[in-house]
Design a protein around this ligand. Structure first.
Ligand SMILES: [Mn+2]
Length: 338
């Protein structure tokens, strides 16, 4: 960390900053210029809180020189991390399209969904048993019964399952049903207690971006999971909230190359919740793959009009199939496969 002292800072104030740095076990290097004194803190600067340093008398400002996140940073891990999901690689050359309904509804709907997802060529399936809904009066998900329906339908087609965990009290149940990938939703991106708990297990975790989270906040949330020992983290951009109301959210495609630079972990895109309308999904999906995403999380329902949740944005089985074909073409152009 570099600390710039105010013009006219006294020796006692400079000494005060040096003392504070040493209290945290770091060394200090004082560089006295003609107008300003600059202090360099040498050691693990993550221990130093910028706000604490800035509050000291005589300090003008301070800045970290290393990233506040470590395990997830590409700085410390140059190669891409490829996450193994029951033998399916995510983060490597092969792009993974995770398809399935917004929510688990009935055994028939899940059976049909699994069949269509498989037929389209997807290797993983999504579906929500616990739904974070804006209104407490709308359908909240089938709960544990939904996990059971999902597991049975997906197993029949040998599809690993991706489903959202909202409440830490359900974690044991998720492990009991052997959920293959645990999704942390946009509303829980900074639920730090939940992040710590999924950090203690070894299941892959999809960490969706908070709808108003910065890249740095998102990376720090991933660091929470990683710090617990679970390094199987997949970032998922799902649209951010802006002043625009034409679409549900604004898909932040820029986040893909930025994350690819900042982290070695896989990055996927959810085009369904970004656009909020089925007709936008193919265009957003193509953009995501072209930008370098390692996969997609796409909503598909056997009969979108009858979906209990997010009916407007679900593709029908034929649309998913033709989207897969288009994406194969784009993947080939950038030297990847689907
Ligand atoms: Mn949904």
């Amino acid at each position: 960390m570099i600390i710039v002292m105010e013009n006219g800072a006294t020796d006692a104030q400079i000494e005060g900053v040096v003392h504070k740095i040493k209290e945290f076990g770091l060394d200090a290097n004082v560089s006295r210029g003609t107008e300003r004194t600059v202090i360099g803190a040498i050691g693990d600067e993550r221990k130093l809180d910028q706000e604490m340093i800035d509050a000291l008398p005589g300090v003008e400002n301070s800045m970290h020189i290393v990233k506040p996140y470590k395990i997830v940073a590409r700085e410390w891990h140059k190669q891409n991390t490829v996450i193994d999901i029951r033998g399916i690689p995510l983060g490597g050359n092969q792009i993974q399209i995770i398809g399935g309904p917004c929510s688990v509804e009935t055994p028939e709907q899940m059976e049909a969904s699994a069949m269509y997802v498989k037929q389209a060529g997807c290797r993983l399936m999504r579906g929500g048993a616990f739904k974070p809904r804006t209104s407490p009066y709308t359908f909240q998900g089938k709960g544990v019964e939904g996990l059971d329906l999902f597991r049975k339908a997906a197993d029949k087609y040998d599809l690993p399952i991706v489903t959202e965990l909202m409440d830490v009290r359900m974690l044991d149940t998720f492990l009991e049903y052997d959920v293959d990938v645990i999704q942390i939703g946009t509303r829980n991106m900074q639920n730090f207690d939940l992040l710590k708990e999924v950090g203690r297990i070894n299941k892959p975790v999809i960490l969706k971006r908070g709808m108003s989270a910065t890249i740095s906040e998102w990376l720090m949330s991933a660091e929470y999971i990683a710090a617990g020992g679970n390094h199987n983290i997949i970032f998922c951009e799902r649209g951010i909230r802006t002043y625009e109301t034409y679409y549900r959210n604004v898909l932040d495609v820029t986040a893909v190359p930025v994350l690819k630079k900042e982290t070695h972990l896989p990055v996927i895109i959810d085009p369904s919740h970004a656009g909020g309308k089925a007709w936008m999904v193919p265009a957003l999906s193509r953009a995501a793959i072209a930008a370098g995403a390692d996969g997609l999380l796409v909503e598909m329902h056997p009969k979108p009009c009858e979906a209990w949740c997010d009916a407007d944005q679900a593709l029908n089985p034929d649309e998913l199939k033709s989207l897969m074909g288009e994406l194969k073409g784009i993947a080939a152009v950038i030297g990847r496969s689907i």
